[in-house]
Design a protein around this ligand. Structure first.
Ligand code: CMC
Length: 431
């Protein structure tokens, strides 16, 4: 941590406590309250962690007011425009952009780990065909700890590295198999002559009966979707991974926990929920009705794909995603797609509505990603699994960073207890 020269003074019942302040590279100062309970006997209260920094990190930085997202200092629009997913994976995992030789070695390593243990195929077949692919992924990724025993010793840095490579390499295979199983088609093995994104598209859309060639524009768009979702500092699923890992759990169990958290509609499940909402709206003339519902305090409906805990100006990922949506739909000859028309008009009307302006609600990354994925041929149930496979590198990078931190402690929040005080048990016939 940086210097601790600045302090904050907290006064409770006339007694003052000096709390150190740490200054980050970028972003607001952080008041260190670690010793507060020991010194003053009080807890702090922050449900939803809206003002709480839970760890130090050097991986990703977000400035919500500026709409800035940096990975290891590099802006996301530069990475999405000029780099590619596996290079960004290297950057997130190791801290710097790779040399040519380092990149080639890394790509080869990831490629060599794309297959999953053959016995895991039987594991897939244990699920119902109509299981949501996220349910299958939670189960299968958790089950990796039963198959890859030689990379579960978290005290061994080499085993940690192998687990990271395995997770990044195998997640597309697992997501594609979950999809193939759900539609009753045979599993397609990975093809190591294809790049990461093209291989994923091939595993999802190829069938043994005919040749399937991946369009390079589509694989570029897929790669960009992976890149835009690669990491996002201490979001709910990443914090879940860190909390699970803080107890010493193995990497596969921790990442399965992250997938489970990502599934919810307030987080990674928003891309599926957003496309379903756009379809429900159906035509531009129904948009005012849905905007009115989103503003109604008595209606739980929210505009999916709108709003973000951190971004209060714009989501830089959404800007790139919108460009990608135009490119992909143009390529596929579906630029008149009615869902895209609804999305564009909804964005326009919401942004000019005082409710959304006052609450600083803007389209987030999930507003346009579903449109691209649907145009590529993915069903809505695959949107969140694609987010999960993209975010795997972020989860493993944060997990690796946490385990390398000598100050790591088990995550154990306190509470504001509002239940009954101690009372005596009464036997059932006396109640
Ligand atoms: N539609 C209508 N009103 C909204 C929306 C929305 N999408 N989002 C927030 N609000 C309102 C909310 O009702 C609240 O109003 P009030 O102050 O009057 O009570 C205010 O804005 C602040 O909302 P909040 O829920 O306290 O904010 P939060 O930071 O806890 O929640 C969020 C952030 C992303 C969960 C929320 O904006 C949301 O539910 N959005 C829709 C789901 C979505 O698109 N999620 C994807 C996030 S980006 C991808 C990812 O990181 O997973």
């Amino acid at each position: 941590m940086a210097d601790t020269q600045k302090t904050a003074t907290l006064t409770i019942d006339g007694q003052s406590y000096e709390l150190p302040i740490h200054s980050p590279t970028c972003g607001p100062d952080v008041i260190d309250i670690r010793k507060l309970y020991g010194q003053a006997g009080v807890f702090t209260y922050d449900p939803g962690f809206t003002s709480t920094a839970a760890c130090d990190s050097t991986i990703t930085y977000i400035d919500g007011d500026k709409g800035e997202l940096l990975h290891r200092g590099y802006p996301i629009d530069q990475l999405a425009g000029d780099s590619h997913y596996l290079e960004v994976c290297y950057l997130l995992l190791y801290g710097n952009l790779p040399s040519k030789a380092e990149l080639e070695k890394f790509e080869k390593t990831i490629t060599m780990h794309t297959m999953i243990h053959e016995q895991m195929h039987g594991f897939f077949r244990g699920f119902r065909r109509d299981a949501h692919p996220m349910a299958t992924m939670v189960g299968v990724v958790g089950a990796m700890s039963a198959f890859y025993h030689d990379s579960t010793d978290i005290t061994d840095p080499r085993q940690r590295e192998i687990a990271s490579h395995r997770l990044i390499a195998k997640m597309p295979t697992i997501a594609a198999m979950a999809y193939k199983y759900s539609i009753g088609q045979p599993f397609v093995y990975p093809r190591n002559d294809l790049d990461y994104a093209a291989n994923f598209l091939h595993m999802c859309f190829a069938v043994p009966a005919e040749e399937y060639n991946v369009d390079p524009i589509l694989s570029r768009a897929m790669d960009r979707i992976f890149t835009l979702h690669a990491d996002h500092e201490q979001n709910a699923s990443t914090s879940t991974v860190r909390l699970a890992s803080s107890s010493g759990a193995n990497p596969f169990a921790c990442i399965a926990a992250g997938i489970a958290c990502l599934w919810g509609p307030a987080h990674g499940g928003a891309n599926q929920a957003c496309l379903e909402m756009l379809k429900e709206i159906g035509s531009v003339d129904r948009i005012p009705e849905f905007i009115a519902r989103a503003k109604d305090k008595n209606d739980p409906f929210r505009l999916m794909g709108f709003g973000h805990r951190v971004y209060k100006n714009f989501d830089p990922r959404a800007t790139v995603m919108k460009q990608s949506a135009d490119e992909v739909l143009d390529l596929l000859g579906v630029e008149d797609n009615p869902i895209l028309q609804v999305a564009k008009e909804l964005e326009k009307q919401a942004l000019s509505d005082p409710y959304f302006a006052e609450k600083k609600l803007f389209p987030n990354v999930d507003f346009y990603s579903g449109i691209i994925l649907e145009a590529m041929g993915f069903p809505t149930s695959m949107f969140t699994p694609i987010f999960a496979l993209s975010r795997t590198v972020g989860w493993v990078s944060q997990w690796k960073e946490q385990l390398g931190d000598p100050g790591m402690k088990i995550g154990r929040p306190r509470q504001l207890y509002k239940g009954e005080a101690a009372r005596d048990y009464t036997p059932v016939d006396e109640r």
